[in-house]
Design a protein around this ligand. Sequence first.
Ligand SMILES: Cc1ncc(COP(=O)(O)O)c(C=O)c1O
Length: 274
Amino acid sequence: MTANRAIGWGMEALPRIVRGEGSYLYDAAGRRYLDGSGGPAAFSIGHGNREVNAAIAAQLEQVACGYRYLFSSEPLEQLTSLLLARCGPQFGHIVYSGSGSEAVESAMKLALPYWNARGLPAKRHFVARERSYHGNTLGALSASGFLERRRPFEGSLLDVSFVSAANAYRPLGGLAGAELTAALADELDARIAALGSQRVAAFIFEPVVGAAGGVVPAPPGYAQAVRAVCDRHEVLVISDEVMCGAGRCGTWRALEHEGVVPDIMAVGKGLAAG
Ligand SMILES: Cc1ncc(COP(=O)(O)O)c(C=O)c1O
């Protein structure tokens, strides 16, 4: 509490939640709140789901954790087969982590040994978009075009290049539709060329922007266009589906709508329903 006051978050004024049920949260005074956004777009099955709580309790009675470098387990193997089936045949490997930020951090880190193994160790640089959010670890925050959240850490963040947000409401150059998509793809193309594609490891983006924009889908054809640019330059595509994936856009992967397969994808939030 003291720490919160000291940095001025004003959390001391927030209602103290004591219970959750379905779409509602209840505070200590018995007041009911409709959790319209499901927290940070995470609680996809609502609060206090009895079936899931019972399954968690039953699993805790068995074992809470088998350290991943030493053991596998039945729930881990079941989840892996389920995810691989949902993601489609192009995805072969899964890395588990504890949060969306770590998932993005892992996605970014994976790109680097990949290029080492391909004999291209100079590919180290990341390109990301303005008005984006990828998480609070240093790497994920470095790739985030969320100025307010970056500000306290400037000076220690990675040197990431930013291209324009894919936002049809506040569009690059006042363009619309296919012209906007083409301009955004051209901008990415020019940026990678200027950096030197031999230096660029990956382009990371959210198919639908969450925290940094409030549900901002890209203009039609955007994912296909940036996929083509990245393929031309031999740059990996990282899709950050932490907020928009795991079914939130109606398909299991958000990029399924455009028939685009990223090289690496980060999923979180709704996957474990908070
Ligand atoms: C697109 C996206 N990526 C990553 C994250 C970070 O996830 P977490 O808060 O679980 O660390 C968020 C959080 O809002 C997000 O919206």
